[in-house]
Design a protein around this ligand. Structure first.
Ligand SMILES: C[S@@+](CC[C@H](N)C(=O)[O-])C[C@H]1O[C@@H](n2cnc3c(N)ncnc32)[C@H](O)[C@@H]1O
Length: 248
């Protein structure tokens, strides 16, 4: 690596010299007598740094996505007995279903209105109306941040009842627009999704409770979840565990 300069630095040479030093620090040794060469190398190293940064950001996003799904799968696995047949409605990237399958030692079926999912799971496309599952075929249904997307929430809950065994469990995560801050985060979420699956319908805890009871679900437990559990979507949330018993 040679950084010899054949003459005194001029006004033009000073930034070139600092570029050359920066380039040499990452293992490139440009010819200092050729400004074009320094310019080309600087551009190349800048592009290299940007590409590296983009790869790192992508990896961080993937880790956050997979890690968040693992935390949720652990939380859900505490509420659903091992070996249960589970349906994840609106499974998104599929990582919750993927981790939960490992924890419950049974494949979890994922359905969504999107054509594919990222994780390798038993994924079944869904027309947004009829779950591709037989009547009374599952022990638990997951509705993780999905119900506020449903354009006809009653129809989705009717499908949940249809596929659920008597006494089966329903796990619901929902965003709660409790404060002006939460309402702002929910408004951004709505803007991001309304073109894809239609406008979001956020509700208060009391409105969700009344909807679940009106659909004959019993609320076994519920608790608030911290905004800080997802710093890229810092909104108040709620975790509900429901059960459904058929009349008669
Ligand atoms: C905020 S994402 C949540 C994804 C995943 N459950 C999670 O928690 O990571 C909402 C998902 O609901 C899906 N979705 C929207 N409308 C739906 C509907 N009517 N029925 C089922 N899924 C729906 C979307 O395609 C999207 O994957």
């Amino acid at each position: 690596m040679s950084l010899e300069v054949s003459r005194e630095p001029t006004n033009l040479m000073t930034p070139m010299l600092s570029s050359a030093i920066a380039l040499s620090s990452i293992g490139l040794s440009p010819d200092l007598s050729d400004p074009t060469e320094i310019w080309i190398q600087t551009q190349r190293s800048g592009r290299g740094l940007m590409a590296g940064l983009r790869r790192r950001l992508k990896r961080e996003r993937r880790r956050r996505k997979v890690g968040r799904a693992y935390d949720m799968a652990l939380e859900i696995a505490r509420m659903v007995p091992k070996g249960s047949e589970v349906l994840d409605v609106g499974c998104g990237n599929g990582f919750i279903a993927h981790h939960l399958s490992a924890l419950l030692q049974r494949p979890v079926v994922g359905i969504d209105v999107t054509p594919t999912t990222e994780a390798s799971i038993d994924y079944r496309p869904y027309d947004g109306v009829h779950f591709p599952m037989a009547d009374k075929s599952v022990d638990a249904v997951l509705l993780c941040y999905v119900l506020h997307h449903a354009q006809d929430v009653q129809a989705v809950l009717n499908e949940v009842q249809r596929v659920l065994h008597d006494g089966g469990r329903v796990i619901v995560y929902e965003d709660m627009p409790q404060t002006w801050w939460d309402r702002g985060v929910c408004a951004i979420h709505n803007r991001q999704w309304r073109e894809r699956t239609g406008p979001c319908f956020f509700r208060s805890p009391a409105q969700w409770q009344s909807l679940f009871r009106s659909q004959r679900f019993e609320i076994i437990s519920e608790r608030p979840l911290s905004r800080s559990r997802n710093l890229t979507h810092p909104v108040a949330r709620r975790f509900f565990v429901l059960t459904h018993r058929r009349a008669g």
